[in-house]
Design a protein around this ligand. Structure first.
Ligand SMILES: [Zn+2]
Length: 419
């Protein structure tokens, strides 16, 4: 065997092997398949061998193979951030003191803040300005162990500006080494010019935006904000079915604020994931489980809004596969999956091992990429992160720190704090 790169003498190598076909659920989420003194061989961007260092070294023919050794580190599959709103104009720190002073959402909106300010700034921005700001965020995410990032449109809210956002995302794809996954989310909010005419806006999304997104192959997924006062279940269904017809895979922002039936809709439309799920019904979660829909939880959103958290324990205990993501957006400025893991453990009582399953293999399944990434197995893309911590419990306990030592994507070191 003549690999291009060897990572060896690894303190703890958690491969998360055996779940490429379907996500981990229930007690499986605790099992990380850890190899002590492990090694990974990489060839042509793929993992070519995994095992004990002594076993791997005994079959390596080329003594000149570049080798990195990490005896004190935990090595994991690259993190998958399966829910972000990475592309937007402006920022929202000006809202923050008002929010802290107890101003309501409406008061902030009337002061020119909130989502309307992001909408305005996004519409005013050029495509290259949007790409440039998203690149700054994406780079920081990559340096925090994310090797696959999903990103949505949804701050343009008209044909021209939604397409501009998707084009910015596709530009960004050529500037980063990681796998960037595009989701069209024209149905993120009802723009002010359609106030009181939500169905007319749905008609625009279905009749004009989705056909252009499909024809120009601008996105892989279609997401919708199914929530009271935004898009109801019927409107959300109409959008997702239209998207499905032209080859976009459904995702749903479901039951975040009220129990509207978003989980049920996700199951019904065969969505790859339903996200948020703070208020979902037992029945809706059962239906998701039967449909194979991943429950993506976003604890930083609850943290930033000061609300309760999704009931991760109930979902895991009932056997629903759970993923975790940052939900990075102007109202939840969290780029860190380390912070997300900490919140999942400290606030939602997930075990650190469950959290690791949730941001690797289950995150990959939430993006239809379970066969490609999310675990360290022969044949998969060589997306591997080396962390400055000795074990899974340490990783969650040590909250607030970026423990990334080295990030390997497609077999290439894209970031290291060494040398
Ligand atoms: Zn979101």
């Amino acid at each position: 065997m003549k690999p291009d790169l060897l990572i060896s003498s690894i303190g703890q190598l958690a491969t998360l092997a055996g779940h490429s076909k379907r996500p981990k659920s229930g007690a499986e989420m605790m099992e990380l398949s850890i190899i002590e003194d492990g090694a990974i061989a990489i060839k042509d961007g793929r993992i070519s061998a995994v095992g004990k260092t002594s076993d791997i070294m005994s079959v390596v023919d080329d003594e000149a193979t570049p080798t990195m050794q990490f005896p004190d580190q935990l090595v994991l599959p690259g993190f998958v951030d399966s829910h972000t709103h990475l592309v937007f104009g402006g920022s929202r720190e000006q809202d923050f003191p008002m929010k802290l002073a107890g101003k309501s959402y409406m008061e902030i909106l009337q002061a020119g803040g909130g989502i309307l300010s992001t909408l305005r700034h996004t519409r005013e921005a050029t495509q290259s300005e949007l790409t440039a700001s998203a690149l700054v965020y994406a780079t920081r995410m990559m340096h925090s162990s994310a090797t696959t990032i999903e990103a949505k449109s949804g701050y343009g809210l008209d044909l021209e500006n939604e397409v501009k956002m998707m084009d910015a995302l596709n530009d960004l794809r050529h500037k980063v080494d990681i796998d960037l996954v595009s989701t069209f989310m024209g149905a993120h909010a009802v723009p002010p010019e359609y106030e009181g005419k939500t169905q007319d806006y749905v008609d625009l999304v279905v009749g004009e935006m989705i056909p252009v997104v499909a024809e120009r192959e601008l996105a892989e997924f279609c997401d919708v904000f199914c929530e009271e006062g935004v898009f109801d279940v019927e409107q959300s269904r109409e959008i997702l079915m239209a998207a499905k017809k032209v080859g976009l895979f459904p995702k749903v922002h479901a039951d975040e604020i009220v129990q509207l039936g978003g989980a049920e809709l996700a199951a019904e439309t065969g969505a790859v994931s339903a996200d948020h799920l703070l208020k979902s019904s037992e029945d809706g979660l059962e239906q998701m489980m039967k449909a194979g829909t991943v429950a993506t939880l976003l604890p930083a959103t609850a943290f930033s809004l000061g609300t309760d958290y999704a009931d991760a324990r109930r979902m895991i205990d009932m056997g629903l596969p759970v993923a975790l993501a940052t939900d990075f957006n102007p109202n939840c400025a969290n780029e860190s999956l380390f912070f997300t893991i900490a919140l999942a453990c400290y606030r939602m009582k997930m075990n650190p091992r469950e959290a690791i399953s949730a941001i690797t293999i289950n995150g990959a399944h939430a993006l239809g990429r379970g066969q490609e990434t999310g675990s360290i197995e022969v044949g998969k893309r060589a997306d591997v992160v080396i962390l400055d911590c000795p074990n899974p419990d340490f990783l969650a306990w040590r909250f607030g720190a970026n423990l990334t030592n080295t990030v390997v994507v497609n077999g290439k070191v894209i970031y290291t704090k060494l040398d």
